[in-house]
Design a protein around this ligand. Structure first.
Ligand code: SF4
Length: 219
């Protein structure tokens, strides 16, 4: 594929009623070149009426092989943090801004590469479709890539993490997410905790941010 990706829109069923329909259609997506080297599309999963939707960057190596988001080490850590923050795991849905694994081969190892702005734009129709069915109360944006995708290129997670933000006023392309009374909150990606020199305090920071999320949704 050369030039800008064509984007996922033509694979999104316009009248999908369920997340399963979206997931099935996304399995065939060729909206950008990332499908070519990855094993499979990794769609979101979780409660169909989730109050909180987590949006990460892209699937990792383990997720790519298993076809499920957040099942690798970062996913385990996130589930633990969700639990420690008092977020009800039954009212959560989790997805990624980009739904195929982008990597570079070094020998036999697949090394994670950040998705580029073109991949994020190409994959955006899936996120829009997920949001329009889920209608969450709160979107928790995990890490810089997802934050830039949803909250605009100037957004800095380090500066604004853990704060409830209005949505869609602060979001990029707010017209894509016509959901009334939705809020956003940004925090670090759980993989950043795994990489941190001081893992305990990074983990505690993530939990503290998620406590704000837990308190922000209806019970
Ligand atoms: S990354 Fe997104 S747009 Fe690109 S092929 Fe995969 S699902 Fe389609």
């Amino acid at each position: 594929m050369t030039g800008a990706p064509i984007g996922a829109q033509e694979w999104v069923p316009p009248d999908a009623q369920t997340l399963d329909e979206l997931k099935a259609a996304a399995a065939d997506c060729r909206g950008c070149e990332l499908y070519d080297n990855a094993t499979q599309t990794v769609f979101g999963r979780g409660a169909p009426h989730a109050k909180i939707v987590f949006v990460g960057e892209q699937p990792g190596d383990v997720e790519d092989q298993q076809g499920l988001p957040f099942v690798g080490p970062a996913g385990r850590l996130l589930r633990e943090a969700v639990d420690d923050a008092g977020v009800d795991p039954a009212s959560v849905y989790i997805t990624n801004a980009v739904k195929h694994f982008r990597f570079e081969l070094r020998g036999k190892r697949r090394i994670h590469q950040n998705p580029g702005p073109a991949h994020i734009t190409a994959c955006r129709p899936w996120l829009v479709a997920e949001f329009s069915l889920l209608k969450p109360e709160l979107v928790v944006v995990l890490g810089a890539t997802a934050a830039k995708a949803l909250l605009g290129p100037a957004f800095r997670v380090t500066r604004s993490r853990g704060q409830l933000l209005p949505w869609p006023a602060s979001a990029q392309h707010p017209e894509d997410f016509p959901v009334a009374e939705i809020q956003a909150l940004a925090t670090i990606h759980p993989s950043a905790v795994l990489r941190a020199d001081d893992r305990d305090s990074a983990y505690q920071g993530l939990v503290d941010d998620l406590k704000v999320a837990a308190a922000a949704v209806s019970h």
